[in-house]
Design a binder for this molecule. Structure first.
Ligand code: C2E
Ligand code: CA
Ligand code: CA
Length: 405
């Protein structure tokens, strides 16, 4: 390695940063290409990605004092501009006061975001009890995420990730009209891991794109098998969850079309569930993608409706046909008049906008009654059925008697 000022040249194959070493410097790649690797507690090493010119690597070194969470190796002869912690602090010291303050605030938030909010979402307690039980909370936050992401990637390939299906019931007939596909990770050592743990990590690491593709295909194939086994009078539908990252992927629409045609389900039988976040984050892209999905015949449902953004104007802008009322309102309906009023307003809004409303998390008969009175069309919840495996679902449908209200 030669040093010229604060520039360093690393030969192909040379280590730039070693996992576990103390962090002193970040680098900006001026020329060349590097690879980021992570070795888990069982000694397996994975490539997390590559970076080329103009990328910054090892930036955590100038933010905190934790050991390096990954190894970075030069893939080709690379020229890097080194920024040491001291150098960074000195530059900041001499910066204009607004720039200084803004940078400090941004760095503090970046660190917090990386470790907590962005990964787990504000709705999850930190560290979630399940994480402590699973033994993930012992390591540093960044390593936890990488560990879970790596284990999840393996699980996806080795069929430890499965789909469970929860029936969606018509409140007028008491019959099953469709299902929601929900991912389950059955870890060989840790048992079932909640989607509340692994979905945010899959989103964070980009694995969600692969996972969603798999889920859509698997759910469509399952729908065909279920129909063949139970021979329903009316066509059933399958609702599949998608995240923001899915919508950013260039081949999203092509891949959805392919899956539907290859699995031979009718597009009308496929519903996409998205949250308002997807729409707000990339409105133009989402609008175009959803328009194409609707045109092909698929249904579009807004999940957790009522918990997101207050502006309702987006309902006009996007081609949505279903609102799924968040379970927190449904759960509180019979003891909290505000929740009751909210559910009522959503059902009315749905009617006025010619949308279907689905109540989620229905656990009590009184809730189902009230919802039916209000004119809510569909419901889903433990009162009717919990999410279950395909085999259990088939047995359940065969024995299903229209739900009596
Ligand atoms: P969600 O899409 O809102 O799914 C509904 C959740 O409510 C499911 O939790 C379901 O098991 C649970 N649930 C249904 N009925 C009741 C009830 O009566 N009472 C109670 N207490 N809970 C009920 P689950 O399966 O743990 O999934 C949690 C979240 O993880 C989902 O919330 C969804 O946001 C995400 N998720 C699950 N599978 C996938 C997937 O394949 N892709 C994506 N992107 N997200 C997924
Ligand atoms: Ca959902
Ligand atoms: Ca929901």
């Amino acid at each position: 390695m030669e040093t010229a000022d604060s520039r360093k040249v690393f030969k192909a194959g040379e280590f730039i940063i070693k996992q576990g070493d103390p962090g002193e410097s970040a680098y900006i790649i001026e020329e060349g290409k590097v690879e980021i690797r992570y070795t888990d507690s069982e000694g397996r090493t994975r490539v997390l990605g590559t970076r080329g010119a103009n990328a910054m690597i090892g930036e955590m070194a100038i933010i905190d004092n934790a050991p390096r969470t990954a190894t970075i190796v030069a893939l080709e002869d690379s020229k890097l501009l080194e920024i040491t912690k001291d150098d960074f602090a000195r530059r900041l010291e001499h910066a204009d006061s607004v720039l200084k303050m803004a940078t400090q605030v941004i760095l503090t938030r970046y660190r917090d975001t990386l470790t907590r909010a962005e990964i787990w979402g504000e709705r999850y307690q930190w560290p979630p009890a399940e994480m402590v039980e699973l033994g993930y909370a012992e390591t540093t936050d960044a390593v936890q995420t990488i560990t879970i992401a790596n284990e999840f990637r393996d699980a996806l390939l080795s069929k430890f990730v499965q789909l469970y299906y929860q029936p969606i019931i018509s409140l007028s007939s008491g019959e099953i009209t469709g299902f929601e596909a929900l991912m389950r990770w059955n870890h060989p050592k840790k048992g079932f891991i909640s989607p509340a743990i692994f979905i945010p990590v899959a989103e964070e690491s980009g694995l969600i794109i692969e996972a969603s593709k798999w889920a859509l295909r698997e759910a469509c194939l399952a729908l065909k098998r279920i129909e063949a086994a139970v021979k329903p009078k009316e066509k059933l539908y399958m609702s599949v969850n998608f995240s923001s990252a899915d919508f950013s992927s260039d081949d999203f629409i092509g891949s959805v079309y392919n899956t539907i045609s290859e699995t031979d389900v009718a597009a009308e039988q496929v519903h996409l569930e998205i949250t308002e976040r997807v729409l707000i984050q990339q409105p133009d892209r989402a609008k175009e993608t959803l328009r194409m999905c609707r045109k092909a015949g698929m249904g579009i449902a807004i999940d957790d409706f009522g918990t997101g953004y207050s502006s309702l104007s987006y309902l006009h802008y996007f081609p949505i046909d279903t609102l799924k009322i968040d379970q927190s309102f449904v759960r509180d309906m019979h003891k909290n008049e505000h929740s009751l009023a909210l559910v009522n307003s959503i059902v009315t809004l749905g009617k006025n906008m010619r949308m279907i409303t689905v109540a989620e998390g229905v656990e009590a008969k009184e809730e189902a009654h009230k919802l039916r009175e209000m004119g809510c069309e569909l419901a889903q919840g433990y009162l009717f059925a919990k999410p279950m495996s395909e085999a259990d679902l088939i047995e359940r449908i065969k024995l299903w008697a229209p739900f009596k209200f």
